[in-house]
Design a protein around this ligand. Structure first.
Ligand code: SAM
Length: 466
C-alpha cells in the first residue's frame, strides 16, 4: 500500500475499534504512530494493519488508546453545569426517587476520575437524607487514566475550579496534593469500557438519574456518536438528565430528549417522568420553534418578505423603514429579528443590541437571536461576549454555519490557528447547506459562494490545513 493509503486504512481501523474520527490535519501524527507501532512489533506497516484488521488485539488497542487519547479534565469543570445539577436536576430527581431513595449517576469518558468524584460530591450534598444511596460509575477506555482515578489523588491544579469550602470538606491534603475523602470514594466505582462496543449491563434501560458525557463525542465518528446517544438516552430513567460538553450539542430537538437551559448551561432531559417544577426555561416547544425559525411561512402579511428583499438589495434604510412601520397584531420573533439586523446594518448598534437581548431573554433557545447579538457586540468591541453568543448559537443549532465561521475568524485574529481551522472546516462543511434566509440576514452582504471562498481562504491562511 502507498503511504497515504496506509493512513486511510489506519483511520478506518481506528474508527472501527475505538469509534474515533480524525481531521485531515492529523495525518502526520497518525503516520508517526503507525510507524512506531509497526516497528514495536517488528512488522511492516502493511502487516501491522492487516493484523489489526483481522482479529481482536486487545493489548495493541490499549497501546493505541494510551498513545492517542486526550485526557484533559479537572474537578468541577464548567461549574455552571454542576450548579444546574445541584440546584435543578438532582433535586428534581430526588423528588422522583423518593420511594427508592437512590440517585444513580454515570460519567462516560471519565478520564482520571475528577468528573466522577465531582458528581459524587454533588450527589452527596443534595441527597435528602443519610439513608439515601448515591452511586457513580466512571467509565473510560484508557486504563492509564483509570488507575489514576482509582488512586483519587489530585494536584492543586486539578482543583483550580473547586470552591474552597468543597475542597476543605471533601478532600484531604496528602503528599503535596489532595486525596478525595473515603466517604466520597466509596460512592464511586470505575470500569474500563470502550463506548464503541456494546455493554448490556452498563446500558441497561432506565437506570441512571444523570449521565455526564463531556468532551468525548467530538472525537467519535457520526455512527458511534449516534449509537452512544441512543444508548445513553435509553439508559436514563424517564425524566433523567444528560449533560454534554460545550461543543457536543445535539441541537434543540434530539430524539427522546428535551433541551433545558438553567444556570447558564444547556443540558437534556429524557422525556417522561414527573413534570419539572423548578426549572426556569421551558423546553423548546413546537410553537417556539415555528415562531423563531427563519423558514417559518409568512401568515399575516408580506412585510417581512418585502423588507428581506430590500435587505438583499442592500437598501437598508428602506428595509428598516418598512420593518419598523406600525402593523396590526403582535410582531413575531422573525419580524423583530429582521428589525434588529437592519438596525445593525444602518449602524444603530445600541438599539440592535437591546432588541437582540430582549429576543434572547424571551427565548434563550433561539440561535438567531444569539447570532445577531454576537454580530452587534463584535462590532461594538465586546469580542469576548460576542464569542460566547456565537458559541450559544452554534450549540443550539449544530447545523448553523455562520457562527462557526465567525468563531473561526475571531480565533484566527487571536492567533489560535488550530482552533480557527477546526471552526472554519466545520463552517465550510455546513455552508453548503446553510439556510438562504440566514445567509441574507447574517452573511454581511455576501452570498453563499462568496462566503465559501472567504472561509476557504481563511482556512488556507491558518496553515494547518493540508
Ligand atoms: C477529554 S477526556 C474527557 C474527560 C471528562 N469527561 C471531562 O470532560 O473533563 C476524553 C476521554 O475520553 C476517553 N475515550 C476516548 N475514546 C473512548 C472510547 N471509545 N470509549 C471510552 N472512552 C473513550 C479518553 O480515554 C479520555 O479519557
Amino acid at each position: 500500500m502507498s503511504a497515504p493509503a496506509q493512513i486511510t486504512r489506519f483511520r478506518e481501523l481506528l474508527a472501527r475499534v475505538l469509534g474515533w474520527t480524525f481531521a485531515d490535519n492529523d495525518a502526520q501524527q497518525l503516520a508517526g504512530l503507525l510507524r512506531d507501532r509497526a516497528a514495536e512489533h517488528g512488522m511492516s506497516r502493511d502487516a501491522y494493519l492487516a493484523r489489526l484488521a483481522t482479529r481482536r488485539w486487545e493489548p495493541e488497542v490499549t497501546a493505541l488508546i494510551e498513545r492517542l487519547s486526550i485526557t484533559e479534565t479537572y474537578c468541577f469543570r464548567h461549574g455552571e453545569q454542576f450548579a444546574a445539577l445541584r440546584e435543578d436536576a438532582l433535586p428534581e430527581r430526588a423528588a422522583a426517587r423518593a420511594s427508592q431513595r437512590v440517585l444513580r449517576m454515570l460519567s462516560v469518558a471519565c478520564s482520571s476520575g475528577e468528573e466522577a468524584y465531582s458528581l459524587a460530591i454533588t450527589g452527596r450534598q443534595v441527597r435528602p437524607d443519610p439513608d439515601w444511596i448515591v452511586s457513580v460509575i466512571g467509565v473510560d477506555a484508557n486504563p492509564l487514566v483509570l488507575r489514576k482515578a482509582e488512586a483519587a489523588w489530585y494536584s492543586a491544579w486539578s482543583l483550580r475550579e473547586t470552591p474552597d469550602a468543597v475542597r476543605r470538606r471533601w478532600f484531604r491534603p496528602d503528599d503535596g496534593g489532595y486525596r478525595v475523602v473515603d466517604e466520597i470514594r466509596r460512592l464511586v466505582r470505575f470500569q474500563r469500557t470502550n463506548v464503541a462496543e456494546p455493554d448490556d449491563s452498563l446500558w441497561r434501560p432506565g437506570q441512571y438519574d444523570v449521565i455526564f458525557c463531556r468532551n468525548l463525542l467530538m472525537y467519535l465518528t457520526p455512527a458511534v456518536t449516534s449509537a452512544l446517544v441512543e444508548r445513553m438516552t435509553a439508559a436514563l430513567a424517564p425524566g433523567g438528565y444528560l449533560f454534554l460538553g460545550h461543543t457536543d450539542s445535539l441541537g434543540s430537538d434530539p430524539d427522546g430528549l428535551e433541551l433545558r437551559h438553567t444556570r447558564q448551561s444547556f443540558y437534556y432531559r429524557r422525556a417522561g417522568g414527573p413534570t419539572p417544577q423548578r426549572l426556569g426555561t421551558p423546553p423548546v416547544t413546537e410553537q417556539a420553534r415555528t415562531v423563531s425559525g427563519p423558514a417559518e411561512a409568512l401568515a399575516v402579511d408580506n412585510t417581512y418578505d418585502r423588507a428581506l428583499d430590500l435587505l438583499r438589495q442592500e437598501r437598508f434604510t428602506d428595509a428598516l423603514e418598512l420593518a419598523a412601520a406600525p402593523r396590526p397584531g403582535p410582531l413575531r420573533q422573525r419580524d423583530r429579528l429582521l428589525h434588529g439586523v437592519l438596525l445593525a446594518q444602518v449602524g444603530r448598534l445600541d438599539e440592535a443590541v437591546a432588541l437582540a437581548r430582549r429576543l434572547s431573554d424571551e427565548n434563550g433557545l433561539n440561535p438567531d437571536a444569539h447570532q445577531l447579538l454576537g454580530l452587534c457586540l463584535e462590532d461594538g468591541s465586546a469580542v469576548a461576549e460576542a464569542i460566547g453568543q456565537y458559541r450559544l448559537a452554534a450549540y443550539l443549532d449544530p447545523g448553523f454555519a455562520l457562527p462557526r465561521m465567525r468563531l473561526g475568524q475571531l480565533a484566527r485574529r487571536q492567533g489560535d490557528d488550530r482552533g480557527a481551522a477546526a471552526e472554519l472546516e466545520r463552517a465550510l462543511d455546513l455552508l453548503a447547506r446553510e439556510d438562504d434566509e440566514r445567509i441574507t440576514l447574517f452573511g454581511g452582504g455576501f452570498g453563499r459562494i462568496a462566503l465559501t471562498v472567504l472561509c476557504r481562504s481563511e482556512l488556507d491562511a491558518c496553515g494547518v490545513h493540508p
